[in-house]
Ligand binder design. Structure first.
Ligand SMILES: [Zn+2]
Length: 402
């Protein structure tokens, strides 16, 4: 890293503030565009088209597809492979039924804003700036697929944010596993020859009952929740096929995988009792989260300079999960939360979907974009900052609730 004077650094930070003010109409438009076109995990073509077009317009070299995913991308500025390498991450998938109830449209617009602001502040990036499109956060583990494909190899810091109902610089997250259960039975006339049928739906229903019994004996911070996605085709046909999907969460990956084995045993027992057969499709395990305190403290300072107040994090109880956890176990990472809705509004709710298109949502997105861009500028220009982030990474573990 070449030494940069304090004046030059302050000039770059001033350009970040100017860039965000200038980009405001564009970023609001991008967030509303994505909100109006909710796309499910791994089907985010409109979002990926829009985001890559905006990056290309600002001179980013855009690679897409990435890691075999059509809606994953990386936009680059600076010198490929040169350190420091700073990745700003975007998510843009929506949820079935409730649209952008997780506010990923704001994650996308805020990440885009931060990346464009850094590019404008540092016309010659002294390292490599990566704007990474990470599809399929809602269950498909796009970031895990990118990690496995080497997208994050040699990256010094990963920065993103998530909308919510509190301003938090750090928070723990549970590890989680997705499992699809496929129950196979035998069709027969439900009235004329029920004794000749094998009821796959009964096996699915009894799986829920077994899991409810298991709940008495799991840690308070673990979660098991599922739905039936197929329950038969007609009431007068014994269901020959039934399908359920579950999420199994625990404080750590190891805990989640152990609990998953018990959940699978519930399904196997239910299948056996009904003479049915069950097969499992297990997804990628989302890891617990390691928050980088050096990056989080710097982020807090810059976010508060925009007029926001950052609350003390609540490190207790169960929480949601994200594939950013897997990234955070490999390199210095921050994933702060921005309040876009009144305190304690549940995520994945209709209220949160409305907040993701609200004026407060836009304001929070612009503030966080600015703060993330300032942190990235410091990673590029401040001597020793990247090293301090790595030191904190090496000397701390994942955040677990008390
Ligand atoms: Zn989310």
């Amino acid at each position: 890293m070449t030494t940069v004077s304090a004046e030059e650094r302050e000039g770059a930070h001033a350009r970040v503030r100017e860039a965000i003010a200038d980009l405001r109409p564009l970023l609001v438009d991008v967030s509303m565009d994505l909100h109006a076109h909710p796309e499910l995990a791994m089907e985010e073509h409109h979002a990926a088209d829009r985001l890559t077009a905006e990056l290309a317009r600002e001179g980013f070299a855009v690679e897409r597809p990435v890691a075999g995913m059509a809606t994953a991308f990386v936009g680059r500025r600076g010198t490929a492979g040169r350190h420091p390498r700073v990745a700003i991450l975007m998510e843009y998938d929506a949820l079935p039924g409730v649209g952008h109830a997780c506010g990923h449209n704001l994650i996308a617009a805020g990440g885009l804003g931060a990346a464009l602001a850094v590019a404008r502040a540092l016309p010659e990036v002294p390292g490599e700036l990566m704007a990474v499109g990470t599809p399929g956060e809602e269950g498909e583990g796009g970031k895990i697929i990118e990690l496995e494909a080497g997208v994050f190899d040699g990256v010094d810091s990963a920065i993103m944010f998530h909308p919510g109902s509190h301003n938090w610089a750090i928070r723990h997250a549970t590890a989680s596993c997705h499992v699809v259960m496929k129950f196979y039975g035998k069709a027969a006339h439900a009235a004329g020859a029920p004794e000749k049928g094998i009821n796959a739906l009964n096996a699915a229903i009894h799986t829920f009952v077994h899991i409810d019994a298991l709940r008495q004996h799991i840690p308070e911070t673990s979660r098991i929740h599922g739905i039936i996605t197929h329950g038969g085709d007609a009431p007068n046909v014994v269901p020959e096929y039934a399908e359920a999907k579950f999420l199994v969460r625990s404080l750590t990956m190891r805990g989640a995988e152990e609990l998953l084995a018990k959940v699978k045993a519930c399904a196997e027992g239910a299948a056996l009792a009904n003479g049915a057969r069950v097969e499992f499709e297990t997804g990628r395990t989302y890891a617990e989260r390691k928050n980088n305190r050096v990056l989080a403290e710097r982020f807090t300072r810059y976010l508060e300079a925009t007029g926001e107040t950052v609350e003390e994090p609540v490190l207790r109880g169960g929480t949601g999960s994200s594939d950013i956890g897997n990234v955070s176990l490999v390199l210095p990472t921050i994933h702060p939360y921005m309040a876009i809705a009144p305190k304690d509004t549940p995520g994945h709710s209709r209220e949160m979907a409305a907040a993701a298109a609200s004026e407060r949502g836009q304001e929070a997105m612009l503030h966080v974009a600015e703060a993330m861009a300032h942190v990235a500028v410091d990673l590029f220009l401040e001597e020793g900052f990247v090293e301090r982030a790595w030191e904190a990474f090496r000397t701390s573990g994942p955040d677990l609730p008390a």
